[in-house]
Design a protein around this ligand. Structure first.
Ligand code: ADP
Length: 456
């Protein structure tokens, strides 16, 4: 049974159900018709015997059976007996003998050679004459002929109906399951050809199968985006790593071929060192982003005094004499929050480093921390070069660098920083947004709930 298709199984179950219903219906009809036929037989028997009883009479003191007495009529056989049981007149059908005692006005059931009969007696008391009896007998199913023929016709009609229902049911099941076949075909094509751009097209509709197809399409869409993202990520990562690798190889070739003095060797080694550090930095960032993505790097949430934690970090920047950009902060005290300290540190370092990197000579950076209605807002504002409108959405993508002149090879830029910031914000149940104007500066705002509980 399990090897059969669902439409075949549905059809078989449906047909079986129809057959059971037909059998029950036929049985019920037989029962009803038998009851009606027997009731009719009893009524005919009583009516004819009662009529016959009136035809036994006295005429001028003489016992007489009127001509209207019917011995055989409508399946009823009537016989007149004396009180001692001897037959006066009439005959029963062959094989039927009755030596039953007389019972006035009572229809009884007897069985003769396996057949069921009804028996009915009426007593005739004529003045001055001895008591006589009129006994009638009728076969219980004497009028069943037409009903039986009708039942047979009904049975054939019902069987024909079952056949039509089975064929129709199979067509309906096939038609109903066709969209599932389509879903199946599309899913197979996708898995065979690994073509995630394929979609299931069932046309318009809101039924369960259309909803299932929509869910599948949504899933394919997400898979496609996710695979494309992976492919893009691998391509971008290879591209980013190729640049320093090429420089290192070229520098090695150059040193081996042309360099002669220790100073020249030193210079070459310094180039190689810079590029190797850059590679190491990119690989480190790649690992972090991937770990955050895959959930390998688990957040270690703890309730800390966030204000104090950020003040300490800001102090390091404020006391940094290498920068000619003024760093200031305004931190609301006593803000406690459930956070992963390492991640928050990484997020802030990224935002502040960017503010420095894309800042202006003698510019400023300002960091603010606020809490309103259970939401913590941390913003890093600068009056740097700003970000063009069309880039503001793209800067969150991995490896995207809006301003390549500033994020050149030497300064540790990878284009991964902001995508990491976004991940950390989301891990804390919040988000990070940017407001920026080209040439005027940018504000990155990270908002999150202070009592965020990460899912286990
Ligand atoms: P990168 O390593 O290049 O800094 P990020 O992901 O941190 O990568 O930033 C992506 C891009 O967003 C940067 O290349 C830069 O163009 C832009 N950007 C980020 N922060 C700022 C900022 N404070 N001011 C102007 N541009 C910024």
């Amino acid at each position: 049974m399990r090897k059969l298709s669902i439409k075949m199984r549905v059809t078989l179950w449906f047909t079986l159900l129809m057959i059971i219903l037909v059998i029950l219906m036929y049985w019920f009809m037989q029962f009803i018709s038998k009851t009606l036929v027997e009731k009719d037989a009893k009524e005919t028997l009583v009516q004819i015997v009662d009529q016959n009883m009136d035809e036994v009479e006295l005429d001028d003191g003489e016992f007489e059976i009127d001509d209207d007495f019917v011995y055989v009529y409508n399946g009823v056989y009537s016989v007149i007996y004396k009180n001692d049981g001897t037959t006066l007149s009439g005959l029963f059908p062959s094989g039927v003998t009755t030596d039953e005692a007389f019972h006035e006005g009572e229809v009884r059931e007897i069985s003769v050679e396996g057949e069921k009969y009804f028996l009915y007696d009426r007593m005739v008391n004529l003045l001055g004459m001895e008591t006589m009896w009129v006994r009638g007998v009728i076969m219980a199913n004497s009028n069943a002929g037409i009903t039986n023929s009708l039942l047979q016709i009904v049975l054939i009609a019902l069987l024909f109906l079952v056949l039509c229902a089975a064929l129709g049911g199979y067509r309906i099941a096939k038609w109903s399951f066709e969209p599932i076949e389509q879903i199946n075909r599309a899913a197979n094509e996708i898995s065979d050809g690994k073509d995630l751009s394929k979609r299931i097209d069932l046309g318009e509709g809101e039924d369960e199968i259309h909803r299932l197809a929509k869910t599948f399409n949504h899933m394919f869409c997400r898979l496609e985006t996710s695979f494309d993202g992976e492919k893009q990520f691998v391509a971008d990562a290879s591209h980013e790593l190729r640049t320093p690798t090429t420089v290192i190889l070229a520098q090695c070739d150059f040193a081996l071929e042309y360099v002669e003095t220790p100073e020249e060797y030193r210079e070459s080694l310094e180039v190689i060192d810079r590029q190797a550090k850059r590679m190491s930095h990119i690989i480190g960032e790649l690992l972090t982003v991937t770990r955050l993505d895959r959930g390998i790097e688990k957040a270690n949430f703890e309730n800390i005094d966030l204000s104090e934690f950020i003040v300490l970090l800001c102090e390091e920047y404020r006391n940094n004499p290498d920068q000619n950009i003024a760093f200031s902060y305004d931190i609301e005290p006593d803000i406690h929050a459930n956070v992963d300290c390492n991640m928050i540190n990484r997020l802030l370092v990224n935002l502040i480093s960017n503010a420095y990197q894309y800042g202006k000579e003698d510019g400023w950076i300002r960091l603010e921390l606020r809490q309103r209605n259970g939401t913590i807002t941390l913003s890093v504002r600068d009056n740097g070069i700003g970000i063009a409108k069309e880039d503001q959405e793209k800067i969150w993508r991995r490896f995207y660098q809006a301003n390549t002149s500033r994020s050149g090879n030497g300064n540790g830029s990878t284009g991964l920083g902001l995508s990491m910031v976004k991940q950390i914000a989301q891990i804390h149940g919040g988000d990070v947004l940017v407001e920026s104007e080209l040439g005027k500066g940018s504000t990155f705002t990270f908002t999150f709930p202070n009592d965020f509980k990460a899912a286990a």
